[in-house]
Write a protein that binds this ligand. Structure first.
Ligand SMILES: NC(=O)c1ccc[n+]([C@@H]2O[C@H](COP(=O)([O-])OP(=O)(O)OC[C@H]3O[C@@H](n4cnc5c(N)ncnc54)[C@H](OP(=O)(O)O)[C@@H]3O)[C@@H](O)[C@H]2O)c1
Length: 247
């Protein structure tokens, strides 16, 4: 199948969080290029980089529940949302006792609470008119243990569990729900970590690989749901950052 041949005869609106960088930016661009009207949420958009005409940047901190509700209601007034992509995420790594309460709250609010709130806001309409929810979880959700990333892994496992539950609640109403579980992807998510993917080709996914997975999920024929998708790079190689990487 040609991934680019998405059925976008009707005008479809997408709400995606974390559209200002990395995986979310790649997804937002790919969907806008494929005819979707994309509302991308983030706090810091690079104003110098050009975005497709159908990509609308919405500045909002999703850990602020009131601001999030206000922004989403504003968009919904003019555009019913057909596709919700819970992508924004933050991560802190290290021994759990080394994290502080504010970092823990930031992880849980960004990676779990905001997707729960957004889904709650949109689900009633999606049950009436149909819709798709894609949750960008992580392979950490299905690892037995995530040492040095316990809080992040717990939040991602929560999102993964939530994704399956919402699918079971909403499937008979025509709502499609998918969890995508990427492994190491070449983005800034590891800015707070003392490790990164090896530079060797094949040691990490690119944001486009995940965007292609989203296009694949959205292009399934009616009646077919990809409930979960695990994407891994060919190689499993991470390395400790050097002093140069840390600056
Ligand atoms: N990279 C990987 O190896 C990997 C693997 C598995 C899963 N994932 C998941 O993929 C998703 C995207 O991450 P990424 O790798 O693309 O990292 P990234 O480049 O750091 O992107 C994170 C995105 O989330 C947004 N965000 C974070 N906190 C936010 C807040 N409070 N309000 C609004 N937006 C916020 C950021 O935007 P602003 O900073 O502009 O707000 C940014 O657009 C995350 O859920 C991550 O957990 C990543």
């Amino acid at each position: 199948m040609e991934i680019n041949e998405l059925k976008t005869t009707e005008r479809k609106s997408v709400l995606i969080t974390g559209a200002s960088s990395g995986i979310g930016l790649a997804i937002a661009r790919a969907l806008a290029d494929n005819g979707y009207e994309v509302y991308g949420i983030g706090r810091n958009f690079d104003e110098s980089s050009s975005t497709p005409e159908k990509f609308h940047c919405v500045i909002c901190d999703i850990t602020d529940a009131d601001a999030l509700e206000k922004s989403v209601n504003e968009i919904r007034k003019s555009h019913p949302i057909d596709v919700l992509i819970n992508n924004a995420g933050c991560a802190y790594y290290g021994f759990h006792e080394e994290l502080n309460a504010s970092k823990i709250k930031e992880i849980v609010r960004t990676d779990l609470e905001a997707p729960l709130i957004l889904t709650q806001m949109l689900l009633r309409d999606m049950k009436k008119y149909g819709g798709t929810i894609i949750n960008i979880s992580s392979v950490t959700a299905i690892s037995h243990a995530n040492p040095h990333g316990a809080a992040y892994g717990a939040a991602k496992a929560g999102l993964y569990s939530f994704s399956g539950s919402v699918f079971e609640e909403a499937r008979k109403h025509g709502v499609r729900v998918t969890a995508i579980l990427p492994d190491m992807t070449d983005t800034d998510l590891y800015r707070n970590a003392d490790f990164k993917a090896d530079d060797e080709e094949g040691a990490s996914l690119s944001p486009k690989d995940v965007a292609d997975a989203v296009l694949f999920v959205l292009s399934r024929p009616e009646g077919v749901v990809v409930e979960e998708l695990v994407i891994r790079p060919q190689l499993h190689r991470i390395k400790r950052k050097t002093k140069n990487d840390l600056h």
